[in-house]
Design a protein around this ligand. Structure first.
Ligand SMILES: [Ca+2]
Ligand SMILES: [Ca+2]
Ligand SMILES: [Ca+2]
Ligand SMILES: [Ca+2]
Length: 294
């Protein structure tokens, strides 16, 4: 019997950046695919798979055309490479390479999310998986995929605890290969964190079993300021000096209230106050001092 050597369907490992301040979400919040599935060249994420095998996924600094679309091939698990884009069409998978030289090209690409997405949304893709199986030939199989944004929840992995978006992806592939009917379903559950991409993902494949990858470490500097996302106090804006006036862990570059006096920087400037000096705190110190005077 012929079985597709599809290890998974799925997703990736993107890249990241991160807010050291845990974001708070409401279900209706609109989320940005660029932030949750970053494809920044050079980003690396190392996972421990099934608590046993270390695997590093790197976003390459080159692209590979798939049906004339420049994509980034990323080795998302050992022996599994998937080709991604994240642009005005959303976050999509265009091709996958599996062991033995087999690969499938998806037309249309499999949509994981639109450019903007919210919890509760579902994305469907129906099309063709043009599968090249060495020694057997090239076969057009039917592909029906559903990606559902399930929830926001905390997830703990070796690198830490993240507030993550959980999504499930189910891909059913049907057709006939050399007279043998194919009907295979692959599923994946992903937890993706803002600026980090997938921090955990569990893939289930009828052929290869279950793969559970948990994020161990990252080398990601999306804002290219020389500070790794795990240490950057403002991961989205280049701030190599990491200035944090009020020392609240959020760098001035990202902090809307640099002196933590409750008045936003912009408002302070408007009324002639110094956004870097907490006048209220100084006032209370002076008052305390005056009260101490005889
Ligand atoms: Ca950085
Ligand atoms: Ca930064
Ligand atoms: Ca701050
Ligand atoms: Ca302020």
């Amino acid at each position: 019997m012929i079985r597709l050597n599809r290890k998974t369907i799925v997703i990736v490992v993107g890249c990241f950046l991160a807010s050291l301040v845990t974001p708070i979400y409401a279900d209706e919040d609109v989320l940005n695919a660029q932030e949750y599935f970053p494809l920044h060249p050079g980003n690396q994420a190392t996972y421990i798979v099934n608590d046993a095998v270390l695997h590093t996924a790197t976003v390459p600094n080159y692209t590979v055309n798939v049906n004339s679309v420049p994509t980034r091939p990323i080795p998302v698990f050992p022996d599994l490479t998937e080709y991604f884009t994240n642009d005005g069409n959303g976050f999509r998978i265009h091709r996958e390479d599996v062991p033995g030289g087999e690969f499938g090209v998806f037309n249309p690409p499999l949509t994981i999310t639109a450019p903007q997405f919210s919890v509760g949304q579902t994305f469907e893709t129906s099309g063709i998986d043009r599968r090249t199986i060495p020694g057997l030939g090239v076969f057009d199989l039917n592909q029906n995929a559903t990606s559902r944004i399930e929830a926001v929840e905390p997830v703990s992995v070796p690198l830490g605890t993240f507030t993550a978006i959980r999504l499930t992806v189910t891909v059913r592939t049907t057709g006939v290969v050399l007279g043998t009917p194919i009907d295979q379903t692959n599923t994946a559950t992903l937890w993706v964190a803002q600026h980090y991409g997938p921090v955990r993902r569990i893939d289930t494949d009828p052929y290869l079993g279950t793969l559970d990858g948990k994020l161990l470490s990252v080398s990601i500097d999306t804002d290219e300021d020389g500070i790794n996302v795990t240490d950057d106090n403002c991961p989205v804006i280049g701030n190599p000096l990491q200035t944090d006036t009020d020392r609240d862990g959020l760098g001035d570059a990202c902090d809307t209230d640099d002196d933590n006096d409750g008045m936003l920087d912009g408002d302070e400037v408007e009324v002639g106050r110094n956004p870097l000096v907490n006048e209220a705190a100084i006032g209370s110190v002076i008052n305390t001092f005056l009260l101490m005077e005889p």
